[in-house]
Ligand binder design. Sequence first.
Ligand SMILES: Nc1ncnc2c1ncn2[C@@H]1O[C@H](COP(=O)(O)OP(=O)(O)O)[C@@H](O)[C@H]1O
Ligand SMILES: [Mg+2]
Length: 235
Amino acid sequence: MTLLEVRDLAAGYETGQVLFGVDVTVERDEVVSLLGRNGAGKTTTIRAIVGADTPHVQGGSITFDGHDLRATRSHRIPKLGLTLVPEGRRCFENMTVEENLRLAANHVTDPLAVDLILDQFPELAAMRDRPSKNMSGGEKQMLAIARSLVANPRMMLLDEPCEGLAPYIVRRIESIIEEISQERDVTVLLVEQNVAVALAVADRHYILDEGRIVDAVSTERLREDETLRQEYLGV
Ligand SMILES: Nc1ncnc2c1ncn2[C@@H]1O[C@H](COP(=O)(O)OP(=O)(O)O)[C@@H](O)[C@H]1O
Ligand SMILES: [Mg+2]
């Protein structure tokens, strides 16, 4: 069953069009990556999906679980079961781990209990009363993912969750994504520049270049096709 279907999406900013006919389809229970170089349009694509105030969507359709997201107010989208973990792992720096999670619960109808979420994040459970400004980059990323789980989503969009993190934390984030997918049955669209992360966690991959989907490949093909990786991802 198709959960997310993006068809012929055109979007951009005051400064000009950035996406030109993007097609992305994610089936229920899949982990799919959207790969592309810096500036390819990855963040623009997922911000368009969740109805952020920018970019402006100029054309195409976005359907989640049968709902037309272009006709849905952005604050309703988490209630439909779709959440975004934005790039830059923003959290409220002066609030504790627990306060950050409780605040996220205010925006949803049927939030998951904080304790239930913290079970999956022993690192965060150990610092639940600490302000998040004192946390490491990896811990902040875990908190950003945990915040997004409060809505008990059916699908999660993650924007470069491993960016700038040390290799052992990257492994930990990869295993959290696997747990979310396998144990919580959350469908995942992972935005990445890091091919190794995409290869480790995703079932298949879309490649975005200059605002266009230029290929859709299996993990096996992505691993083996060096020419493809060099051309569009530079690795
Ligand atoms: N708020 C914005 N205003 C104007 N242009 C933007 C804005 N955000 C991104 N862009 C431009 O859109 C293009 C795609 O950016 P983005 O979607 O952030 O790429 P990616 O996430 O793949 O690195 C880039 O050329 C970028 O400069
Ligand atoms: Mg980005």
